[in-house]
Design a protein around this ligand. Structure first.
Ligand SMILES: [Zn+2]
Ligand SMILES: [Zn+2]
Length: 136
């Protein structure tokens, strides 16, 4: 337990340039830890559940769809084809994971898809250096 006096002197120290530099260093160190990663993830998740977080997410998706109308159309075509039974969701072709996403080799052939789990879908896009993957 710290006493009030100790807390106060620490606060004074942190206000000095030397103290600030020390705080910045320990913050940078903390940011590299697993503990920070988990805490940060939790904070982001919490933010996503707030109204502002949800609005931001919807806006991001809308902007993405406007920038990539071909991808948007391809995704809609897959959703419709799945609903109409013209297309069947399959396990990941690489690892067999059942939860999969449709990956398009060519967006102009919307029903020509590869089934990939989240991880292998990401791999597919990283491989080809596509900045914004169609995670849908
Ligand atoms: Zn997989
Ligand atoms: Zn894809």
């Amino acid at each position: 337990m710290r006493t009030e006096a100790q807390k106060q002197s620490r606060r004074k120290y942190l206000a000095t340039p030397k103290g600030k530099a020390m705080a910045a260093r320990s913050w940078a160190k903390y940011r590299k830890t697993e503990k920070w990663r988990i805490a940060n993830q939790r904070a982001q998740k919490k933010h996503a559940q707030t109204l502002q977080g949800r609005v931001n997410h919807v806006r991001q998706v809308q902007r993405y769809n406007q920038r990539h109308p071909d991808r948007y159309r391809a995704r809609i075509a897959v959703t419709n084809a799945l609903a109409q039974g013209k297309l069947t969701r399959k396990p990941c072709e690489i690892c067999g994971e059942l939860k999969t996403q449709a990956h398009h080799e060519d967006y102009s052939r919307p029903l020509d898809v590869r089934w990939r789990c989240f991880e292998h879908h990401l791999n597919e896009h990283n491989k080809r250096k596509v900045a914004h993957a169609d995670f849908f």
